[in-house]
Design a binder for this molecule. Structure first.
Ligand SMILES: *Cc1c(COP(=O)(O)O)cnc(C)c1O
Length: 399
């Protein structure tokens, strides 16, 4: 059972197909197996107790140990974690990356925040914009954290003796703002940086090689890629992974094996999906920029959206998310959504079909009014349809 990434001679596309499949030949199977057991037979009271102790310490379970109980360990979930760890492993780094999976992206975020509260460092420095759920979790402080929201240039000044985490997204939800992750890590000094890597995926960006301590994904989005499985995953180094696993067991935000299987099944096509969806997104962003009803387009592939030149250096490509502002504001947004037929009006993103939504009303509804996206802003997750059909649909909506 591979639980951590081993140094691999293979490139990303090969890893995406094969990571987490290493032992299948020995098991005599070809497709990913699913273990649905909620409990595991014990050889003796002692061996059960030893496994229990190992799990409570947060270390990955050694092969041959009883898994005890699904909330503490599951082989299908561990297999998926091994694959994500392999994809997030920075080139040339000797320390092995691990991954810890959760029931959702928000369960993953909550566990990281709780681990910092548990370390006695409950203050968080965060750079907006962030996904609305993350913004809400931080602003309400329901997990015992406090937060200071700052500009990307003021992270260092905001750090105090109780600061346990810096939280950023790049590209950020919903307006695709790019942050220089190396510069954020430099400002953070010894404080760990969490990068929400949901929009980039490991195909376009590996934050742990840029100085981040945590790379977090809503796996519900691109990793699963088909809009039918929910999960979250955090790639990090052993020191932090050991603290996250017991929190997951104690609080119960575990990924179920069916979802782990579906998320893992999404990985082989992830690089292809990202590249195809990205090519369409670039074409759509250029087209949108020429439409009279569109006052602004947000896409990292447009020069004005990437003044620091991070696409091609920090990220290998601009991704497949596009945002744009309608000159007619909310009324135009309402009309656009009502007229679309190929594009689905729905929250979420990263799937094979194109989705559009109004962040201020939906994904970013709980965000403070001073930080909320504008009423004319729409967020588009570009899918795998023929791009000309998507453009024709948008053209009808904008007419
Ligand atoms: C959706 C999303 C989340 C939350 O993930 P869930 O799987 O819905 O809990 C976190 N961050 C970003 C950037 C997201 O888009």
């Amino acid at each position: 059972m591979m639980t951590t990434s081993e140094r691999s001679p293979y490139r990303l596309d090969s890893l995406a197909v094969h990571a987490g499949h290493d032992d299948l030949g020995a098991l005599g199977v070809h497709a990913l197996p699913i273990d649905l057991s909620t409990t595991a037979p014990l050889d003796s009271i002692d061996s059960g107790g030893l496994a229990y102790e190992a799990l409570a310490s947060g270390s990955p379970l050694s092969p041959g140990m009883p898994t005890v109980y699904r909330r503490a360990w599951n082989a299908t979930v561990a297999r998926f974690e091994g694959a994500i760890a392999a994809l997030e492993q920075p080139d040339g780094e000797s320390e092995t990356v691990e991954a810890v999976a959760f029931a959702s992206g928000m369960a993953a975020m909550a566990a990281v925040l709780l681990s910092r509260v548990q370390a006695g460092l409950p203050h968080v420095v965060a750079v907006r914009p962030l996904y609305g759920g993350t913004d809400h979790l931080l602003a309400t402080g329901i997990l015992g954290t406090t937060v200071t929201f700052v500009d990307a240039d003021s992270v260092q000044e905001a750090i105090g003796p109780a600061t346990g985490l810096v939280v950023v997204e790049s590209p950020a939800n919903p307006t695709l703002d790019l942050l220089d992750i190396r510069d954020i890590a430099r400002q953070a000094g010894s404080v760990p940086v969490l990068v929400d890597n949901t929009f980039a995926t490991p195909v376009l960006q590996r934050p742990l090689g840029l100085g981040a301590a945590f790379s977090l994904h809503s796996a519900t989005k691109y990793i699963g890629g088909h809009g039918d499985a929910m999960g979250g995953v955090v790639a990090t180094r052993a020191e932090y992974a050991r603290r996250l696993r017991p929190i997951r067991t104690i609080t119960g935000g575990v990924l179920d094996p069916w979802s782990a299987y579906l998320l893992h099944r999404g990985l082989p096509t992830l690089p292809l999906r990202i590249r195809a969806q990205q090519a369409s997104a670039a074409r759509i962003a250029e087209w949108l920029a020429q439409q009279i009803g569109v006052s602004r387009v947000f896409y990292p592939g447009l020069a004005e959206c990437d003044p620091r030149g991070l696409v091609g250096t920090q990220m290998t490509g601009p991704g497949a998310m596009v945002a744009f502002e309608l000159a007619g504001g909310f009324a135009s947004a309402e009309r656009l959504c009502a007229r679309l037929s190929l594009v689905t009006h729905a929250v979420s993103l990263g799937g094979v079909d194109t989705l559009i939504q109004h962040p201020a009303a939906l994904t970013h509804r709980p965000v403070a009014s001073t930080a909320k996206p504008g009423e004319g802003i729409m967020r588009l997750s570009v899918g795998l349809e023929d791009v000309e059909d998507v453009i024709a649909d948008l053209a009808r909506g904008l007419a």
